[in-house]
Design a protein around this ligand. Structure first.
Ligand SMILES: Nc1ncnc2c1ncn2[C@@H]1O[C@H](COP(=O)(O)OP(=O)(O)OP(=O)(O)O)[C@@H](O)[C@H]1O
Length: 254
């Protein structure tokens, strides 16, 4: 198995209490991997560490074989690793289009000696990004709300904007934090289909999700966390049949 993402020995404490106590797992390249576990297991903390929002106290994160532990989110995005948030972040009054444009990678300006070229090159890049934003909006069926402020969108549409935002960076892998939570069943099915289509195009996905039916439907590989550690990894059927997993969900201490 080639790992797109490999996490080893990750520890993170908050005020002396271990939220992550040495997490180990790998996300196979090309997979849709589900990261599950009871409340407080450490899933969000782990996502924050992997996506560069929190520095771990120890351990290593490797993306596509290269150590990226503690790298800032924009550096990870430039390498092709992006994430969504449970609640859409950013600037609520900005339109969907402006929101998407904000996350398109700008190419660094040309060298000083080529300064006269810079304005034209920048305008060309802006036009490319605008075309990309439009094509993502069409793909995610957001083009009819592209000029609406994000605050005017439904919960499910906001989740789609989050996915669209990550796509602006042309990712190789996306981490998704509860991409369907609180979304109505029709839009949930639509989001699931988008995720499957993105995966079929070669994007590796790793999602934190509490809805087990969705995990079963989407994820070929499942990682179960409990109390800041990885408990079990395997197929959905393997992990749900595991007694340690069943006990963790029932709240027994390990
Ligand atoms: N900023 C913080 N300050 C203090 N403790 C924190 C902080 N963030 C997380 N924790 C603690 O770390 C542990 C893991 O929390 P985390 O939110 O990562 O779990 P989770 O698996 O994502 O839970 P849920 O499924 O409920 O979102 C919990 O005990 C939580 O209280």
């Amino acid at each position: 198995m080639t790992a797109a993402l490999a996490v080893s020995g990750i520890t993170r404490h908050f005020f002396g209490v271990a939220a992550l106590g040495g997490v180990e797992f790998a996300v196979p390249a090309g997979s849709i991997t589900g990261l599950i576990g009871p409340n407080g297991a450490g899933k969000s903390t782990l996502l924050n560490v992997v996506s560069g929002l929190l520095k771990p106290d120890g351990g290593e994160v490797r993306f596509m074989g290269e150590a990226v532990t503690g790298a800032a989110p924009h550096r990870l995005a430039a390498r092709g690793l992006t994430r969504t948030f449970q609640v859409a972040r950013g600037f609520p009054k900005m339109s969907v289009f402006q929101h998407l444009m904000l996350y398109g990678p700008r190419q660094p300006g040309e060298r000083l000696l080529q300064a006269p070229m810079w304005g034209a090159a920048a305008r060309r890049r802006e036009a490319e990004l605008a075309e990309r934003a439009w094509s993502i909006a069409r793909r995610l069926r957001l083009s009819h709300v592209i000029d609406a402020p994000v605050t005017a969108l439904s919960g499910g549409q906001k989740k789609l904007v989050e996915i669209g935002r990550t796509l602006m960076a042309e990712p190789r892998m996306i981490l998704l934090d509860e991409p369907m939570a609180g979304v109505n069943p029709t839009l949930t099915a639509e989001i699931a289909a988008h995720l499957q289509a993105l995966n079929a195009e070669g994007i590796t996905l790793c999602l934190v999700e509490h809805d087990m039916a969705l995990i079963r439907q989407l994820c070929g590989h499942v990682v179960v966390m409990a109390q800041g550690r990885t408990l079990v990894t395997g197929s959905f059927d393997e992990v749900v049949a595991n007694t340690e997993v069943q006990e963790a969900y029932l709240g027994r201490r390990h």
